[in-house]
Structure formats: structure tokens, C-alpha cells
Design a protein around this ligand. Structure first.
Ligand code: CTP
Length: 438
């Protein structure tokens, strides 16, 4: 979708500027050409030389450079692009854009353009929630500027809340979304990711302090031979958000994750694994803990015998793969001996129909305490998306949650887990697993 597209990337000065380098790489590997402009303060964080090397193009920094203007004037530069992206966009550049200032190369390009603009804000949480910033954002939105992020999370300054720049792949997705839109002139807004507008700035209660919790996340990769594997489309966004939300309430979290394109959440011990069996051992090694949340999309099967060398085309029949069942991590933890069994074992269920009824069956079959059941039907956008519609299925009832961001689902689940422990940490009668053996 990005093949042949021309993107003008404006990098302003924030700690997230280093992520712009990754963004350039991701855009170019998708076939887009990227020209960059940097503000003076951006140069404090990344050098024009790195940006030029990655983009393969000269970087525009100086409005009054005679050579640059002779080669390609700033008006031409801003009009030559199909889309302008500002990443990271600091509070300062947003204010200058909202006021229509053109006092350096970056803002001049942004004012001179007749092309759509997408911005990825990045700033301290208090700067983000400040009425002046919110006012500027309102103005820019009215002007048709699209936004991606910011995300919730811990920031370089040590505070927690909305303000972290969206990840490079999230920005790529938002850029693709812009190109997919029917009307390129006045852009419809991209929803800020991960509940940025609803998140509270007040420090969260540390009501999970002292609790040890394991969270599984992402897909697993089941090797066929040293270069091939079987995988699924799980992004890990929900599991990672849960790990971060639990850590934000003070829990000591170990995130056991399959291969994902997400950064390790800060304040969380992250263990990277590939296959289901590695995930299984990484979890069991760490028992006993207080709670386990199994959000990973573990592959149900692996290849029975992994080829030690790369399988070669022999010219005869293609090889056939014999599959073997993987251990069910959730079920094994939920039904392990009382000494190691966590007080709370939470599983996930992905269903396309009869969501609650199937989840209730799964709860019994796996012997777990709660199931977070989500809709993954066609058009739900759950896989890889930023939102989720879930039901929290417990032994004693079901909570239907409205559609919300994955960060909000994570925050609400962390709140319920904290509530569970502050109420004494009892799940009631254990139901023996009726399912298959692990
Ligand atoms: N799970 C696990 N280990 C496995 C398989 C699944 O820990 N080998 C966990 C997942 O992390 C999730 C729950 O079990 O919490 C999902 O159960 P599963 O039976 O895999 O669900 P679906 O694939 O949705 O089930 P079904 O095949 O019944 O549709």
C-alpha cells in the first residue's frame, strides 16, 4: 500500500526522536520514499547524518540555506510529498502548528503544504493534559490534521500516563490508514491509541504491591526447521498492556512473551520465548506466584519432529508435516498441585459466536478462575487492533464490558485483580478440569 508513496517526515525535538529512525526504516521497507526535515532541537536527540543515511535523502534543517533552496525550495518540498508526518510531535511544534507559525524549516513546510498531515505526539503527561496543548490539538483536529497516539505508559521522565509516542509500526498502520481513506484532503481523525484521553494522570494506587504475577502474551512460533515456523497473527498488544497495567499498580510482573513487534513494557521483567514448550517451562519455573494471566495465543500444535537442517525441495512430493499437541499452559497451571497453584488463574478465550457460553465451558474445562472472553469475529478488528470487546466470565457471574481500548481493558482487569486480592483472594470452589490432559 505504501509502494511509491512520498512521505515527508518532520522530526521535532523529543526523546522519542530516536524512534523516527525506526519509522524511516519501516516505511522504506514498505516501498515508500521518505524525505525528512528536522527542527533544531531534534538535532539534539538524533543527528541529521543518521537521518540522511537511513532515508537516503538530504535532510532539510535550515530555512535559509541557499544551496538547499536552489536544489529544492521548501514550498516544492512540502508539495512534492503525498503525506506529511510529524513524529515525534512535541507540545511546542503542535502549538506552533496551531498558531500557523512558520519560524523554521519544519513549521514552514507544515504551513506551506496542501497535503494531509498526520502527527504522532510525544511529551510529558502533564504537558499532554495541559489545557493549552488540548486547545491546540482541538484546533489542529478542526483543521483536518490526523493524530496517532499518544499511548499510555511510563515515560522517560518517570511519570506514567498518556504521552508516549505511538510505536513506529502503529504509525505505519496509521499512515496506511490515511492512504486507504477515500478523501485525502481533509482527513478523518485517527483515534488516539490506548485510551489516551480517558487515562487518569493521578498516580495509581499501589494496591498490588508485593504480588507476583505472570502474564503470557503474543503468539508462539513452532519450528518446522531452522528457518521456518508455524505462527499466528497475535500482536501481543493486549497481553503487554495487561503486564504494564499490573506493574503500574505495584505488582512484580514477569511477562513471558512470544515473538512480537512491541517494546518490553518498562517496570516489568520480560522473558522472550519462541515456542509453546519454552513458554510452558518459563512459566512453570517461576511458580508459585499470586496470579497468572494467560493472554498468549499459544499454538495448539507443533511439528512433531523438527528437522535439524533446512528442508530442501527434492523435486518429488512436498513434505508433509505431522503435528503434535502442545502443552496447555493455562490448564496445566490451573490444575497443578495446591502448593504451586496461583490464587487466581485468568485465561482468555477468542470466540466468533456464543462468546459467553463457550467461555463458561472453557472456564470449567481448563479449571481456571476467570476467563476474559473476546469477540474475534469478522470486522471485530481485535487481532492487531487497538480495541477489544470483552466479557469477564467468572464462576459466579459475567461482566459485559463496553468496547474500549486494549489499554483500558488492561487497566480494568488490573483493577479487578487488585479487588480480588483486597477482598481476601478467594475464588470459591475449585472446579476440577474436565478437559484434555496437558
Ligand atoms: N492456552 C495456553 N496454552 C495452550 C493453549 C491455550 O495457555 N497450549 C491459553 C491461552 O493463553 C488462553 C486460553 O488458553 O488463555 C485459550 O484457550 P484455547 O483453548 O486455546 O482457546 P481457543 O483457541 O480460543 O479455543 P478453541 O480451540 O476451543 O476455539
Amino acid at each position: 500500500m505504501l509502494k511509491g508513496k512520498r512521505i515527508l517526515l518532520v522530526i521535532s525535538g523529543g526523546i522519542a526522536a530516536y524512534k523516527a529512525l525506526e519509522l524511516i526504516r519501516r516505511l522504506r521497507e514498505r516501498g515508500a520514499s521518505v524525505r525528512c526535515a528536522m527542527t533544531k532541537s531534534a538535532e539534539q536527540f538524533v543527528t541529521p547524518l543518521s537521518v540522511a543515511s537511513l532515508s537516503g535523502e538530504k535532510v532539510a534543517t535550515d530555512l535559509f540555506s541557499l544551496t538547499d533552496e536552489a536544489e529544492m525550495g521548501h514550498i516544492e518540498l512540502s508539495r512534492d510529498a503525498d503525506l506529511l508526518v510529524v513524529a515525534p510531535a512535541t507540545a511546542n511544534i503542535l502549538a506552533r502548528m496551531a498558531s500557523g507559525l512558520a519560524d523554521d524549516m519544519a513549521t514552514t513546510l507544515l504551513l506551506a503544504t496542501d497535503k494531509p498531515i498526520l502527527v504522532a505526539p510525544a511529551m510529558n503527561v502533564r504537558m499532554w493534559v495541559h489545557p493549552a496543548t488540548q486547545r491546540n490539538i482541538g484546533i489542529l483536529k478542526q483543521d483536518g490534521v490526523a493524530f496517532v497516539g499518544p499511548n499510555d505508559g511510563e515515560m522517560a521522565c518517570g511519570e506514567f500516563g498518556p504521552g508516549r509516542m505511538a510505536e513506529p509500526l502503529e504509525i505505519v498502520a496509521a499512515i496506511e490508514e490515511q492512504f486507504g481513506r477515500p478523501q485525502p484532503k481533509h482527513l478523518t481523525l485517527v483515534q488516539p491509541a490506548a485510551g489516551s484521553r480517558t487515562a487518569s494522570v493521578a498516580p495509581l494506587q499501589q494496591d498490588l504491591k508485593g504480588r507476583r504475577i505472570i502474564v503470557t502474551s503474543g503468539p508462539t512460533h513452532e519450528p518446522i526447521d531452522p528457518v521456518r515456523y508455524i505462527a499466528n497473527r497475535s500482536s501481543g498488544k493486549q497481553g503487554h498492556a495487561i503486564a504494564a497495567a499490573l506493574a503500574a499498580r505495584g505488582a512484580e510482573v514477569t511477562l513471558v512473551t512470544g515473538p512480537v513487534n512491541l517494546p518490553d513494557p518498562s517496570g516489568v521483567t520480560t522473558v522472550h520465548v519462541e515456542a509453546a514448550r519454552d513458554m510452558f517451562s518459563a512459566c512453570f519455573l517461576r511458580l508459585p506466584v499470586d496470579a497468572v494471566v494467560c493472554a498468549a495465543a499459544v499454538a495448539d500444535w507443533r511439528v512433531a519432529v523438527e528437522a535439524p537442517q533446512k528442508l530442501k525441495k527434492s523435486g518429488d512430493e512436498p513434505p508433509s508435516l505431522r503435528l503434535a499437541e502442545n502443552p496447555d499452559i493455562l490448564r496445566a497451571i490451573a490444575t497443578t498441585d495446591a502448593k504451586r497453584r496461583p490464587a487466581l488463574v485468568v485465561g482468555f478465550a477468542a470466540e466468533t459466536e456464543h462468546v459467553v457460553a463457550y467461555a463458561q465451558k472453557k472456564l470449567v474445562a481448563k479449571g481456571c478462575d476467570w476467563i476474559v472472553a473476546n469477540h474475534v469475529g469478522e470486522g471485530s478488528g481485535t487481532f492487531g487492533g487497538d480495541e477489544n470487546t470483552v466479557h469477564l466470565v467468572r464462576r459466579d457471574g459475567v461482566e459485559d464490558w463496553p468496547r474500549m481500548s486494549k489499554a483500558d481493558v488492561a487497566a480494568r482487569l488490573a483493577e479487578r485483580i487488585a479487588g480480588f486480592f483486597s477482598a481476601g483472594g478467594k475464588t470459591g470452589a475449585r472446579v476440577k478440569s474436565a478437559g484434555k490432559k496437558a
